[in-house]
Design a protein around this ligand. Structure first.
Ligand SMILES: Cc1cc2nc3c(=O)[nH]c(=O)nc-3n(C[C@H](O)[C@H](O)[C@H](O)COP(=O)(O)OP(=O)(O)OC[C@H]3O[C@@H](n4cnc5c(N)ncnc54)[C@H](O)[C@@H]3O)c2cc1C
Length: 307
């Protein structure tokens, strides 16, 4: 059976991993250069590195805990004791470590943005700039507004009830010590999260920090350019910590338009009437990596059950 998976975030990778382990050979397409989606690690000049997407991998489901244990035993994730004393998994040497664990030996096609899907008697035709093939099953794991645009016409239900908060994120590297906890939640009205990224295990000795704006601040400033966002957030960061611009060796920003699911669909996936098209993502079940893994795994199990 020919299966295409759109998206190499955790939903797409979990689905592809389960199908591949069962002996199928799905092809995974993603518009990004690297795998992991919102589990992302940005590198910058001078050996700097920032986890500018997901920060830690919380776990409640025992089955997901088993996967994290395997990833830890294989050296792709480890535990981090952060400021509140609790232990959480993080990827090594960056958060994408966990995506790389799931993505081992998969048939991946990065830098391939899928623009349209069409169904006929021979199955699904998938098109990027040109056709990337015909498939018996298609799994779309883009955020719900993008999935609705690409595949909504063929799904049995609307995805309109799903909602997200955006997150504007500042990456900043300093040339001086900063006397602050390794992680802080809501330190100001504008900031929801400040983390000393370099304090995580397995990172270089650089002094890199990641700051996520609050949902309110992100919504107000969402359409600014990334340079404007970096300038505004850096100014707030320097003021809050009593630093000066000469302490900064790098500052850049990232816009996550669909960052945190605030209202999930409430079921693990959606299909077309004939069950040949699947759509899933964290947006099905909740705001975390674990929810993405759960959705992707449930889709794979459903495909395998019907074989
Ligand atoms: C700033 C931030 C911090 C977070 N912190 C945490 C945290 O600490 N812990 C936690 O558990 N969760 C956190 N999350 C949420 C977590 O990252 C997500 O729940 C999870 O990564 C979602 O995975 P996904 O595969 O469903 O979606 P995504 O990771 O968004 O993957 C979807 C993929 O589809 C691709 N795609 C989209 N359209 C197309 C197309 N047309 N063609 C090809 N490819 C396409 C995208 O490039 C992307 O790679 C955070 C998210 C953000 C943004």
């Amino acid at each position: 059976m020919d299966i295409a998976i759109i998206g190499s975030g955790i939903t797409g990778l979990a689905c592809a991993r389960r199908l591949t382990d069962a002996g199928l050979m799905p092809k995974v397409f993603d518009k990004g250069r690297g795998i992991g989606g919102r589990l992302a690690t940005r590198r910058a000049d001078g050996g700097l590195q920032f986890d500018h997407g997901a920060q830690m991998i919380p776990q409640n489901l025992p089955a997901f805990g088993d996967v994290l244990e395997q990833a830890e035993a294989a050296g792709f994730v480890t535990k981090w004791a952060h400021s509140d004393g609790s232990l959480r998994h993080v990827g090594i040497p960056g958060m994408t470590g966990f995506a790389k664990f799931l993505g081992q030996d998969l048939d991946m096609h990065q830098a391939t943005e899928i623009k349209s899907l069409t169904q006929d008697v021979d199955g699904w035709g998938i098109y990027a700039e040109q056709s990337v093939g015909r498939f018996d099953r298609v799994v779309c794991t883009a955020p719900s507004p993008q999935t609705a645009k690409l595949a909504g016409h063929a799904l049995t239900q609307s995805l309109d009830t799903v909602s997200y908060d955006p997150s504007l994120t500042l990456m900043v590297a300093l040339n001086c010590d900063l006397d602050a906890p390794a992680t802080q939640t809501n330190p100001t009205d504008a900031f929801a999260w400040v983390a000393h990224d370099s304090a995580k295990p397995g990172r270089s000795s650089h002094n890199c920090w990641v700051v996520q704006a609050s949902a309110e601040w992100s919504n107000v400033h969402l359409e600014l350019t990334k340079d404007q966002i970096a300038t505004l957030m850096l100014d707030l960061f320097l003021t809050h910590f009593g630093l000066s611009p000469t302490d900064v060796v790098h500052a850049s920003a990232h816009r996550w338009r669909y960052a945190f699911v605030t209202k999930p669909l409430g079921q693990p996936f959606v299909t077309s009437p004939d069950n040949s098209l699947y759509a899933g993502g964290d947006w099905c079940l909740g705001p975390r990596i674990e929810h993405a893994w759960q959705s992707g795994t449930a889709i794979a199990d459903d495909i395998l059950r019907a074989l």
